[in-house]
Design a protein around this ligand. Structure first.
Ligand SMILES: NC(=O)c1ccc[n+]([C@@H]2O[C@H](COP(=O)([O-])OP(=O)(O)OC[C@H]3O[C@@H](n4cnc5c(N)ncnc54)[C@H](O)[C@@H]3O)[C@@H](O)[C@H]2O)c1
Length: 366
């Protein structure tokens, strides 16, 4: 088993990585939280594959549990489903010693994490991420959120989990498109500060997409260690942690424009390419960096154009830019961009000319 520590000023925790992990999770619960109930939040897809296996292991270890299920997808990151879920949990009975388990992808992690941070003024929370995206990114670092009509992730908290248990074998049942969406976040990590990792990803994508165990373990541990390092330096995203948002100011606006009917990771794929294009236009990155990145995303079958995110959307540049200005990273309407001085060299930049921004986005129309 691989064990990685997330070292924080307060509330440090471990990430455990192992195939077929449910029995280990149940044993840890019994040891660390004797007599406390496990409250499992999952979605209908994940329930089908993994809920029984998890609850059988809890029962075997005499752990009492309740489970709650939401619809799969971004729509569940809403006030409506938060309220529904909270009511159901409270009606069944919950106390501060109970532990909430988020069993699912980033949507479940963000929703269950937010709920845990406000239910009874905060109860313990453990992540069991089952998508590539949640295993390499969203389950680590303590950001929780739901969306509002105005924008993505606008209501949420910083609330660290007590532990994260990752079973890479769960990726076997993950639809290919979802795996790819997670892969976009993996590419993002390499663009931020690790050209060697990018080159390795580029060279090894065939084995990675065939889920070769060695590759999957390398990818998950590399990304988590990178995130751990950044979160340790800047848990509340005052500065350095913003680098992890590479491509996300674009991506969140695109997701909102499409009413969240697009995978987050697919929007991130177009978003990181837009960030590289803007960097190139400003003279920070070379054309070659842009083309190498574009080729890798394209050969990975990730979207690189707006029409690949939605065929029938009539994209309005003004509206996209307005959405970017309501993003959390913007300050008084001034958007804070994460740009790159080439692959592996991201940095934060304010005061970008709106016309240049428009021209950059327009290049992604066709
Ligand atoms: N908190 C953070 O730091 C952070 C970071 C990045 C992204 N996010 C958020 O994560 C969300 C996206 O997460 P996601 O890509 O995991 O999406 P998701 O949670 O919607 O999961 C994608 C789909 O895969 C299904 N699924 C999950 N695991 C499966 C499995 N093992 N087998 C079969 N099907 C499975 C789900 O039911 C869903 O239909 C977004 O809302 C994004 O904002 C949060």
């Amino acid at each position: 088993m691989i064990k990685i520590r997330i070292d924080l000023a307060k509330n440090s925790y471990y990430i455990f990585l192992k195939n077929n992990i449910f029995n280990y999770v149940a044993k840890c619960h019994k040891k660390n939280y004797p007599g406390c109930r496990a409250i499992i939040i999952t979605d209908n897809n994940v329930k089908k594959f993994y809920l029984t296996s998890f609850t059988n292991n809890l029962s075997k270890n005499n752990v009492k549990f309740n489970s709650y299920c939401v619809f799969p997808g971004e729509k569940s990151k809403s006030f409506h489903s938060l309220e529904n879920l909270t009511d159901k949990i409270i009606k069944k009975g919950v106390n501060r010693n109970d532990v909430i388990y988020a069993l699912g992808g980033g949507v479940i992690g963000d929703l269950a994490g937010f709920l845990s941070s406000i239910l009874l003024r905060g109860i313990k929370f453990i992540q069991i991420p089952t998508t590539l995206l949640s295993q390499v990114d969203s389950s680590v670092g303590g950001k929780t959120a739901i969306n509002t009509k105005i924008g993505k992730n606008l209501v949420g908290t910083f609330f660290q989990p007590s532990a994260v248990f990752i079973d890479p074998n769960t990726l076997i049942t993950l639809p290919k498109k979802e795996f790819l969406a997670g892969y976009a976040e993996v590419v993002k990590y390499s663009i931020i500060d690790d050209k060697l990792f990018f080159n390795w990803l580029n060279k090894n994508s065939k084995d990675t997409f065939n889920l070769k165990s060695e590759n999957i373990y390398k990818i998950i541990t590399t990304c988590i260690k990178k995130k751990a390092k950044i979160v340790k330096l800047d848990e509340k995203e005052k500065k350095t942690r913003m680098l992890l948002n590479l491509g996300h100011t674009f991506a969140h606006a695109l997701e909102n424009e499409l009413n969240y009917k697009v995978r987050h990771g697919e929007a991130v794929s177009v978003g990181i390419l837009m960030a590289m294009k803007l960097s190139q236009k400003l003279g920070y990155a070379k054309k070659e960096d842009y083309y190498v990145l574009e080729n890798h995303l394209k050969s990975s079958k990730l979207p690189i154009k707006l029409k690949q995110l939605s065929n029938n959307k009539n994209w309005q540049i003004k509206s996209i830019i307005n959405k970017m200005q309501t993003d959390k990273k913007s300050y008084k309407g001034n958007i804070q961009f994460i740009l790159c001085k080439g692959i592996g060299a991201a940095f934060i930049k304010k005061d970008i000319d709106t016309n240049l921004l428009k021209k950059t986005i327009e290049e992604f129309y066709i």
